[in-house]
Design a protein around this ligand. Structure first.
Ligand code: EPU
Length: 385
C-alpha cells in the first residue's frame, strides 16, 4: 500500500491540475482496501474518502482536504479455468481488477481475438472508473460486456457482487454515481465473444475501416474482420479528433449530449435545417453537444491563463466569442489557459497553465451561451471534486 501525505495530484488527473491532497492512498488488493477503511475509521487517514480512477473524467477544483483513494488491483484472470472460449457457447469470462488500465484490457482482447470492447479502444482511464462512468464510444458501451461487478462499501467495509441489472447502467451513468456512490469497484467480470458481427455503423467507422483494408465500404467482407481491425480504425479516428492527454490536458467530452423534445428540435431546424438530431425513446431527440457549442462559435477559442488575464472577461455572445478569437489570432497574447479544442469543441483543454477556475469559468460560459442561444442546458459529464 502506498500512502502519501500532502501529495501533488498532477500525475493523477488528465486535465493536468497541480493541486494537492492532504492524503493519497493506492491499495493493491481488496484486503488492503479494508485496511484503509479501518485506518480512516480510527482517525489515521482524514475523511472524506474520495475514490478516483485514472483521473480522466474529473476536474479537481482546488486542493483536496481528505484522502484520495486509487485502486492498484491489477489481476486479469480467466474464470472457471476456461481456456479462452468454451466449446459450446463461444463466450469467455474474465475477472479484471479495477486498477487495470482500460486500454491495456482493450489491446489484450484485440490481440487475442476476443470481441466485445474493440469499439472502446484508447479511452483513457482504469477499469473501475470505466464502470462508474459506463464509458461509451462508436455505438458501444462497457455495459454491453459486463456480467457482474464486485465492490466494497467505503462506509462499512461490506463486500458485494452486483449483477449487471443492479448496476443501473445508462448513458454515461451507473448506480455507482447514485445509490451505490459510496462503493468502490474492486473487480469486474466481463463476457467476451469468440465470434461477433462487428459493430461498425457509427459515424465514419465503416468508411475508415474500409480505407484501411483497401476495399469499398459497402462491399467489405465483415466475416474477415478481426477485433484488431476495428480497434485500429477506432484508434485512428480518436487520434485524429481528440487530444492526447499526455500532450494537451483534457477530460475528453466535457458535457453529455443533451436530450430535447420534438418541438424544440423543430424550432432549431427553422434556423439550422441540418441540425444533427437522433430520435430516441419517448419522442425525445439526442442532440450533439459538440454541434451546439460549435454554433456558438467556441471551437478553437483559447484564453490566456488566469495569472495573465486579470483584465480579460469571458465573452458572452457568439459575436463576442468570434471577436475574441480574431483579436487573439492577430495578437501576441500567450494562450496558455483554458480553451475549446480546435477539432472537437466538446473537449475543454488546458493549454498549459490553466487553473481549475479557468476551466470552470470557460465551461460555465460555454453552458450559458448554449442555454441563451438554443434554450438547452448542457450537463457536465466531468465530475468536479
Ligand atoms: N460536431 C460538430 N463540430 C465539431 C465536431 C462535431 O458540429 O467540431 C458534431 C457533428 O454533427 C458530429 C457530432 O458533433 O456528427 C458528433 O461528433 P462525434 O462523433 O465526435 O461525437 P460526440 O457526440 O461529440 C461522443 C462521445 C465521445 C465519443 C464519441 C464517439 C459523449 C459526451 N461523447 O462524442 O466520448 O468518443 O461520441 O463515439 O457522448 C468522452 O465521453 O469523453 C468521449 C470522448
Amino acid at each position: 500500500m502506498d500512502i502519501r501525505r500532502n501529495y501533488s495530484l498532477l500525475e493523477h488527473n488528465t486535465f493536468g491540475m497541480d493541486v494537492y491532497a492532504d492524503c493519497y492512498v493506492e491499495y493493491g488488493s481488496p484486503h488492503e482496501l479494508l485496511q484503509v477503511i479501518e485506518m480512516a475509521a480510527k482517525g489515521d487517514l482524514p475523511y472524506p474518502l474520495e475514490h478516483i480512477g485514472g483521473g480522466s473524467n474529473i476536474l479537481f477544483t482546488g486542493n483536496f482536504h481528505g484522502t484520495i483513494l486509487k485502486s492498484g488491483i491489477r489481476d486479469m484472470d480467466y474464470i472457471e479455468n476456461m481456456e479462452f472460449f468454451s466449446e459450446d457457447c463461444g463466450v469467455c469470462r474474465m475477472r479484471i481488477g479495477a486498477g487495470v488500465v482500460w486500454d491495456d484490457l482493450c489491446r489484450y482482447c484485440a490481440e487475442n481475438d476476443m470481441w466485445g470492447i474493440e469499439n472502446l479502444a484508447l479511452i483513457p482511464g482504469q477499469v473501475g472508473g470505466a464502470i462508474v462512468q459506463n464509458i461509451g464510444a462508436y455505438g458501444a458501451e462497457i455495459a454491453g460486456t459486463v456480467e457482474s461487478v464486485e465492490a466494497v462499501s467505503l462506509a462499512t467495509g461490506e463486500t458485494k457482487i452486483f449483477d449487471r441489472a443492479s448496476c443501473g447502467f445508462g448513458y454515461r451513468d451507473s448506480a455507482f454515481k447514485h445509490e451505490l456512490a459510496g462503493w468502490a469497484v474492486t473487480y469486474v467480470v466481463f463476457r467476451f465473444h469468440e465470434k461477433s458481427e462487428p459493430d461498425i455503423n457509427y459515424g465514419e467507422l465503416r468508411k475508415v475501416l474500409s480505407g484501411m483494408k483497401g476495399c469499398i465500404a459497402d462491399e467489405m467482407d465483415l466475416d474477415s474482420l478481426t477485433p484488431m481491425d476495428v480497434r485500429n480504425a477506432v484508434v485512428k479516428i480518436r487520434r485524429s479528433k481528440l487530444p492526447d492527454p499526455a500532450v494537451l490536458g483534457s477530460a475528453g467530452s466535457f458535457f453529455k449530449n443533451p436530450l430535447a423534445d420534438a418541438s424544440l428540435v423543430d424550432r432549431i431546424r427553422l434556423e439550422y435545417p441540418d441540425v444533427p438530431a437522433f430520435a430516441g425513446k419517448d419522442g425525445a431527440y439526442k442532440l450533439s453537444a459538440a454541434w451546439l457549442i460549435d454554433k456558438c462559435g467556441w471551437k478553437g477559442y483559447n484564453r490566456p491563463a488566469s495569472a495573465v488575464s486579470e483584465n480579460e472577461s469571458i465573452p458572452e455572445s457568439v459575436k463576442d466569442v468570434e471577436n475574441a478569437k480574431s483579436e487573439k489570432q492577430a495578437g501576441q497574447v500567450e494562450l496558455s489557459g483554458a480553451g475549446c479544442y480546435e477539432k472537437q469543441p466538446l473537449v475543454i483543454v488546458n493549454n498549459g497553465n490553466a487553473e481549475p477556475s479557468d476551466i470552470m469559468q470557460l465551461a460555465d460560459a460555454v453552458r450559458d451561451s448554449v442555454k441563451r442561444k438554443f434554450g438547452i442546458e448542457l450537463v457536465p459529464e466531468v465530475k468536479y471534486i
